[in-house]
Structure formats: structure tokens, C-alpha cells
Design a protein around this ligand. Structure first.
Ligand code: ATP
Length: 356
């Protein structure tokens, strides 16, 4: 296993000039030895480009990739000792499950007894033990992808295991189980795992640290909690959470926060000037009229989504979403309510970056 350091940029076109010419803008980041990471972001943000640069399938147009301090920028995936799991199963149909799992070990001359041990362990973790002697050809798409995962995880000597949206073909119920399984496997095997996905639930359940990407930038690297509580960029606030963070334009002058027509006091000390106030739907509270951190809002809709009531309201030109606990007295559509937007959970942004 290895610590991985990136200090690079990548453009698929030669002679890039504008930011939009880059698939990855200049970035510096590190993946620690034995960590579980997810690269998360919308389509086209550069996740696969970053993964392919780490694996060695792609050479960055600028800069370097280091494994344990050694420059591997020009090395192939084999030389870097990387295992990869792709979206679709990569297995040998004519082999049995056991032979498929053993293949990467046999290829490297691992002794037979150790191969048996390791295959049994991986099969047990992925609940494939009962199918070890079956030919892969007859198995379902789910089982085949589990074999692919197993082949990625079976070697002990890899620098890292890279996953590119590995659960795409998996049935939703099994997907949920496998996400948790991968987390357990990481705890047990302590491999460096890097996992590409555009699904935040997948990223947040699997990874110790999530790299949130937007348009060729890694905008924040953090734990699920940090991304939820303190998004460092409005993009992260908006992208993480369901629904995402609410934002309202505001103006900070001489210790006061003007939010539309309302003047509010904040527990945080704020820089002067135009700001965006960010508050999660989970933190937005219905309060009494005149509450010092609240704004009046007109109820637009209410939806019982089982775990809570999702309230949509309009306040000072912004649409706000609040997750209210079940059992909360529901205001009528069109009614004016007071929503507390300022409390210790509130985040403040200037030029889209967190400032308080
Ligand atoms: N081989 C290529 N040649 C030219 N441009 C490419 C190539 N591969 C990717 N791109 C461009 O680079 C940018 C980043 O693409 P990339 O595939 O890394 O994003 P992604 O986040 O993995 O997206 P997705 O989730 O859709 O796979 C996109 O604008 C894409 O169009």
C-alpha cells in the first residue's frame, strides 16, 4: 500500500489556455496509506480523469504522481502495482469463481496454500463461498460484479485498489449491502481504496474522506460530517444533502446582517459586505414571530416524505426547504411562518467560499 501525492493538472487538448480547457485544473492533494476515499461529483467534473491518472492509464499533461515519495508519473498500472474494478464485470466466464479470484495471485506466483487461504477469506467477505466451484458463465450480473470486486481486493501487496462506479450494475437492495460490506472489508484489509461515484450516499457510506469535485477542481476533501456541517464552498452545500443547503443573499454592515427586509444578529462574527447565508433543511426551524434569527416566509408546499415533513417556503426572494419532524403542526399553504435561518449551524459565504 502507498501514500499517493498528486501535484498536477490535465488537459486532453494541447496548449490549454482557459480554465475550461482543463479536465483537471492545477491541484495538489494526498491520499494517505490505508485510507478509504471517494471521488464524488457530477458527470464531467473530472473523477475518471483523476482515477486514470492515479492508476497510470493516463499521464497528466503537467506535474507528477508520487507513490510513497517516488515519482511514478510515467509508470504503467502494472509497474505501479494497482488493482482496478470497473463499472462492468471483468472476469473469465470459463473459469470457476475460485479460479477467477485466484487469478491475480497465481499470476504473481503466490504459493498455492496462501492462494487458497486468501480466496476463501475474500469469498467469505463477499458471500461467494457457496459459489466457489461454479462456472462464472452461469452467474447473475450481480454475482459476476462481486467476483470483479473480489479480484480487485484479493491481493495483499497492491499500492491501491481503484473502483470506477463499481456498483452501477448491482441491484439496488444488494447495492446497499455491498456498500456496507466494502466498508467492513476496508476496515479488515486496510488497503488504500479510491472509489469514483456520482452518488453521494455511496460516497458518504463508503469513504473516510470524500473528495468533492466540480468542473476540474477538488473543492473540498473531508469527512461526511465536515461536508454536511461545514461545506467550504456553496457547491458542496448544494451538492451534498437531500435536499441540499438553502442559500439566501445577505448584507453584513457594522455588525448587523441585513437579510431582505429583516435585520438579524448573528452568534458568528462576520466580514463586511455581500454574503450568502447557508442553512441545511435539517437545521431550519419553525419559530415564533419576531425570533431574533428568523425571517418571515410564505409556505409554498408541504410533503410528507415518511421520515419528516418537507416544507417549501419563499422568503425574501429565496426558496427555502425545511425538514420538519413528523408530528409538527403543519402550516397551511399560503400562510406566513417564521423560519430561523441564523443559529450556530448557519454557514456564511463570500465569493462562494466559507467565511464564517
Ligand atoms: N479522452 C478524452 N478526450 C477528450 N476529453 C475528454 C476525454 N475524457 C474525458 N474528457 C473530458 O474531460 C472532462 C472530465 O471528464 P471525466 O470523464 O474525467 O469526468 P467524470 O467526472 O468521470 O464524468 P462521468 O461521471 O460522466 O464519467 C469532461 O469535460 C470530458 O468531456
Amino acid at each position: 500500500m502507498a501514500r499517493i501525492d498528486l501535484d498536477l493538472a490535465h488537459a486532453y487538448r494541447s496548449d490549454p489556455k482557459a480554465d475550461s480547457d482543463y479536465a483537471l485544473l492545477p491541484l495538489k492533494m494526498s491520499f494517505s496509506d490505508g485510507g478509504a476515499y471517494a471521488l464524488l461529483g457530477p458527470s464531467g467534473c473530472g473523477k475518471t480523469t483523476m482515477l486514470n491518472i492515479i492508476s497510470g492509464l493516463l499521464t497528466p499533461s503537467q506535474g507528477s504522481v508520487k507513490f510513497d515519495g517516488q515519482d511514478v508519473t510515467r509508470q504503467t498500472p502494472q509497474q505501479r502495482n494497482i488493482a482496478q474494478v470497473f463499472q462492468f464485470p471483468v472476469i473469465y466466464d470459463t473459469m470457476t469463481v475460485a479460479q477467477n479470484l485466484a487469478f491475480p495471485l497465481r499470476n504473481r506466483g503466490v504459493p498455492a496454500a496462501r492462494i487458497r487461504e486468501r480466496v476463501a477469506r475474500i469469498a467469505d467477505m463477499l458471500e461467494l463461498t457457496g459459489q466457489l466451484d461454479q462456472r462464472a458463465a452461469g452467474l447473475s450480473a450481480d454475482a459476476k460484479q462481486k467476483i470483479s470486486l473480489g479480484r480487485g481486493l484479493v491481493r495483499e501487496d497492491v499500492s491501491a485498489v481503484l473502483f470506477d462506479e463499481p456498483l452501477t450494475v448491482i441491484d439496488p437492495h444488494l447495492k446497499w449491502q455491498l456498500r456496507r460490506k466494502l466498508k467492513e472489508i476496508h476496515r479488515e484489509l486496510k488497503l488504500t481504496l479510491i472509489y469514483v461515484t456520482h452518488d453521494q450516499v455511496e460516497a458518504l457510506t463508503f469513504a473516510d474522506e470524500v473528495v468533492v469535485m466540480s468542473r476540474g477542481r477538488a473543492v473540498q476533501v473531508g469527512t461526511a460530517e465536515a461536508l454536511f456541517q461545514r461545506p467550504e464552498h456553496t457547491f458542496v452545500g448544494h451538492f451534498i444533502g437531500s435536499p441540499g443547503m438553502n442559500f439566501m443573499p445577505a448584507d453584513s454592515r457594522r455588525g448587523h446582517l441585513h437579510l431582505g427586509g429583516v435585520d438579524l444578529t448573528t452568534p458568528q462574527s462576520l466580514p463586511e459586505g455581500e454574503l450568502k447565508v447557508g442553512i441545511r433543511p435539517e437545521h431550519l426551524k419553525l419559530v415564533d414571530e419576531g425570533d431574533p434569527g428568523a425571517v418571515p416566509a410564505t409556505v409554498l408546499a408541504e410533503q410528507d416524505i415518511g421520515t419528516c415533513i418537507l416544507l417549501t417556503a419563499q422568503a425574501q426572494g429565496a426558496t427555502l426547504k425545511a425538514r420538519l419532524p413528523n408530528g409538527t403542526a403543519q402550516p397551511a399553504v399560503g400562510e406566513t411562518v417564521w423560519l430561523r435561518v441564523i443559529d450556530l449551524n448557519t454557514c456564511f459565504y463570500q465569493d462562494e467560499k466559507l467565511v464564517a
